[in-house]
Ligand binder design. Structure first.
Ligand code: AMP
Ligand code: ZN
Length: 113
């Protein structure tokens, strides 16, 4: 099955890449919900958080470290930002390749919608 985020990771689909290493990639969200809206994904295809395996633990930790780097580079680290990971229908997951949303550059509401 075609996965758009696998295609982005393989550079077969264009995206604005902000960070990349051997296991992960960060790129601008195509439909930003805040002045800063970046998606951090593993290059490995994992459809939802429910599919995570024990051997993915380090990989998932890596996504947070990349978000940390990008938040600093975007200048939103001190003022604050939000990390979101949606799982399945009621959370609003639309792309079934796990991705960490990095959102910032404006005040955030709580609770989220
Ligand atoms: P979610 O609702 O958590 O599954 O989030 C999917 C996100 O992917 C949404 O914020 C979309 O705007 C974003 N998105 C979908 N297609 C692309 C794309 N080709 N490039 C960048 N972001 C995308
Ligand atoms: Zn994928």
């Amino acid at each position: 099955m075609e996965c758009i985020f696998c295609r982005i990771a393989e550079k077969k689909l264009p995206s604005k890449i902000l960070f990349e290493d051997e296991r992960s990639i960060a790129f601008e969200d195509i439909n930003p919900q805040a002045p800063v809206h970046v998606l951090v994904i593993p290059k490995k295809h994992i459809s939802t958080v429910l599919e995570l395996k024990k051997e993915d633990r380090e990989l998932i930790g890596q996504l947070f470290l990349v978000a940390n780097i990008v938040a600093k580079e975007k200048g939103i680290a001190e003022r604050g930002f939000r990390l979101v990971l949606n799982c399945n229908r009621e959370a609003g997951q639309t792309v079934f390749h796990i991705h960490l949303h990095l959102l910032g550059g404006r005040p955030m509401q709580w609770p989220p919608g």
